[in-house]
Design a binder for this molecule. Structure first.
Ligand code: SAM
Length: 397
């Protein structure tokens, strides 16, 4: 039977992250700063949205209508649960790229976006997506695509190959993916300790191993353990997108160079190579009034979710239509306030209880705080800050 996932890991859901580069308003502003004017984005599409926090925020708080796919049903259900009853401007499906991109009921998009997808999928999927962009992206529309840069990541190839080969050894077959990843990391540490190849003559092997050793298994699974892990450079991207009439516009986020993760914005200047068949126009209104009450309810759902998600740190902003990064503990404090704790002492107590329940350390300015009095003082100060923010009726109020 053909592998529906085409070598992509399906055993673990991805991490829950918000990526402002996927915000249409922000993409438009970034391009304007680079001297490229585009029309407002009304119809947007996110391919491979993962746990879909960005998609959910933009569909609830922003003014575009969104379509999207991710082949993992758990990912799709999570977005549906988060947004249920709050917006009718979101259409998601648990389809593969091949299935989604073959649909004939999709509109022409002003924005097609994919974050953390291009380097991790098969060449045949990249071909499917390239053809989809050609067919579905409007003239004047924007493509956002991020990828791992060859120059920066090439030195990681030996470690990644070692980890993937070790995790797929037959004696580990019966184990779960997190256990296979752990076994591969332990094996890599062993060869570093014993100065064996491929670590022996490659300082980057140990350096990178140190960096990833304690990262979450969900992140590691999706970053390193797919069958495909392809590095690109600017010339490769130009060879893929220029023939579609797209022109490079700007980096969606400045200061990416060292991270080796490029986030390109491309703008379509020319019509598709193959003339389009008539496509569904949908029913997008020109201007959408986003109800504040819906955003408040959506944020309340995120605050509830934060109780079990130490990496959730973003709420939707009614002011910008995008996400606002506040930090996980701020979300916990806001949740406690919403649940009735109104002074700094009771908010701090509630945050302390959540940290204890999850066994999560208190990290402050990069250090783990072990002293309970010091921890209490930090959480109290943070709670006071949150109360001031609420009283000032900022975005979190
Ligand atoms: C590294 S994750 C990035 C997720 C999300 N864009 C983010 O940055 O949080 C890649 C996503 O692509 C999805 N994916 C991979 N191959 C796919 C395929 N063939 N069809 C549909 N989705 C796919 C995975 O399920 C996963 O959620």
């Amino acid at each position: 039977m053909r592998d529906r996932a085409e070598g992509y890991v399906t055993e673990l859901p991805y991490t829950l992250g918000y990526y402002p580069e996927l915000d249409p308003l922000r993409a438009r502003e970034t391009l304007a700063r680079a001297g490229v004017e585009i029309a407002p984005i009304r119809r947007a599409c996110e391919l491979g949205f993962g746990r879909g926090l960005s998609l959910a925020i933009h569909a609830v708080a922003g003014d575009a209508e969104w379509w999207g796919n991710d082949m993992l049903p758990r990912h799709v259900e999570e977005v549906q649960t988060l947004t249920r009853g709050l917006t009718n401007r979101i259409h998601v499906s648990a389809e593969t790229f091949a299935e989604f991109c073959a649909r004939d009921d999709l509109p022409i998009f002003d924005f097609i976006a994919m974050h953390g997808v291009w380097s991790w999928i098969s060449q045949s999927n990249r071909d499917v997506i390239q053809e989809f962009i050609d067919r579905q992206l409007a003239v004047g529309g924007v493509l956002y695509v991020s990828y791992n840069v060859r120059k920066v990541w090439a030195s990681v190839v030996p470690l990644r190959e070692f980890l993937v080969a070790t995790a797929s050894r037959p004696e580990l077959n019966a184990k779960s993916l997190p256990d296979r990843i752990e076994a591969a990391l332990v094996a890599a540490q062993h060869i570093v300790a014993c100065d064996l190849p491929p670590a022996r003559d490659d300082p980057a092997f140990e350096k990178h191993l140190r960096k990833i050793r304690h990262q979450s298994k969900a992140y590691l699974a999706h970053e390193y353990f797919n069958r495909d892990w392809v590095l690109f450079d600017e010339t490769d991207m130009a060879a893929t997108f220029e023939p579609l009439g797209l022109k490079y516009g700007a980096q969606a986020k400045s200061g990416n160079k060292e991270s080796g993760f490029r986030r390109d914005l491309w703008v379509r200047e020319q019509a598709p190579r193959v003339p389009r068949a008539p496509v569904a126009e949908g029913s997008v209104e020109n201007y959408v009034i986003v109800e504040r009450a819906k955003i408040d309810e959506f944020n309340a759902r995120l605050l509830q979710r934060a109780l079990d998600e130490p990496y959730l740190s973003t709420l939707a902003s009614p002011a910008t239509g995008g996400g606002v990064e506040l930090g996980w503990r701020t979300l916990l404090a806001l949740g406690a306030h919403r649940a009735g704790a109104c002074d700094a002492t009771s908010i701090a107590a509630s945050v302390t209880a959540t940290l204890a329940r999850l066994g999560h350390p208190l990290v402050h300015e990069g250090a783990v705080i072990k002293d309970s009095q010091e921890a209490a003082a930090i959480l109290h100060r943070e709670a006071e800050g949150v109360i001031r923010e609420i009283e000032g009726a900022g975005v979190v109020g």
